[in-house]
Design a protein around this ligand. Structure first.
Ligand SMILES: [Zn+2]
Length: 305
């Protein structure tokens, strides 16, 4: 069964500043590498519709969502927080980024595919229940996971977040929802300076010291896989951030493509064993363009393995 690569041209139009690391060139670079690696012939491509309001309301405070939509700029810029900027095309990009994971769940549940990778931006995992943050407007992965739970009646899903930053937004949304096993590895201490203290039994956070290399990282995240095997998720979601790559200047881990391939394979093997291989993976961070796009291709190849 081929993997489905979900994106939208709308996600290219959100452009905070030419100097901002979360820039449209990230998606261009991924698209170029998909073509030059030859992997494009093995994957299906799909355009995503925008998210529906009711789907956003499952993950976020209604007033927060309404305020973002009402106050989205029609000209100029609007800062949502210290890191996150909206310009006139940003709302449309955010609606399509959040829609992509929902679309991935729908495609998988229709039986067309069992895996989806969503190449979208803005990213989502720092967006909390009622707060944007860290380049994120809506929490794309949370919206997707809640679609699987609330629309399709799944009892249990897992979210694995291997972005170099703690998925504080995702933890905030699911901290009291034991239907979701949330596993996050992140450089610590580091932005957003959270996640080191356990908040609940279904949250498995693994703080990683700066300078950690791939072989040490692999040992440190092993507890995830025992927990996943016990939890028996019906679908697995991945917050796929590649800013832990050694070439990425925004953080200080020393991972390489082979490490992303390894962690993806562990997740895929568990999905094959327990949930018919069903995985929705969504792009989060990754700012060194070449390392990002090479890592995404390694991730996609491992998902197809
Ligand atoms: Zn990150």
């Amino acid at each position: 069964m081929p993997i489905t690569f979900i994106s939208s041209p709308k996600c290219l139009l959100h452009d905070m500043d030419p100097e901002h690391p979360e820039q449209p060139a990230r998606l261009h670079s991924i698209n170029d590498q998909i073509i030059s690696s030859g992997v494009e012939f093995a994957i299906d491509f799909a355009d995503t519709p925008p998210v529906q309001l009711a789907q956003l309301y499952r993950a976020h405070d209604n007033q927060f969502v309404d305020k973002i939509i009402k106050e989205a700029p029609t000209e100029g810029h609007k800062w949502l927080d210290d890191d996150t900027l909206m310009m006139p095309q940003s709302l449309d990009a955010a609606m399509h980024a959040a829609g992509a994971g929902v679309h991935g769940v729908d495609l998988i549940m229709s039986g067309d595919t069992n895996k989806a990778f969503c190449a979208v931006r803005p990213p989502g995992h720092h967006a909390e229940y009622a707060k944007s943050g860290g380049f994120c407007i809506f929490n794309n992965i949370a919206v997707a996971a809640l679609h699987a739970l609330d629309h399709y009646g799944m009892k249990k899903v897992a979210i694995i977040d291997f972005d170099v930053h703690h998925g504080n937004g995702t933890e905030d949304i699911f901290k009291d929802d034991p239907r979701v096993l949330f596993c996050s590895s992140f450089q610590h201490p580091f932005y957003p300076f959270s996640g080191d203290k356990p908040t609940n039994e279904h949250i498995l956070n693994i703080p990683i010291p700066a300078g950690t290399k791939g072989d040490e990282y692999r040992q440190m995240v092993m507890p995830w896989f025992d927990k996943l095997n016990d939890f028996l998720p019906e679908m697995i979601f991945v917050s796929a951030g590649f800013d832990g790559h050694a070439e990425d200047a925004l953080a200080h881990l020393r991972l390489v493509e082979a490490d992303y391939e390894w962690v993806t394979l562990q997740i895929k093997n568990i999905a094959d064993k327990h949930c018919g291989g069903k995985i929705v993976s969504m792009l989060e961070g990754g700012y060194a363009l070449s390392a990002l796009s090479r890592s995404v291709v390694s991730h996609i190849k491992a998902l197809m393995n």
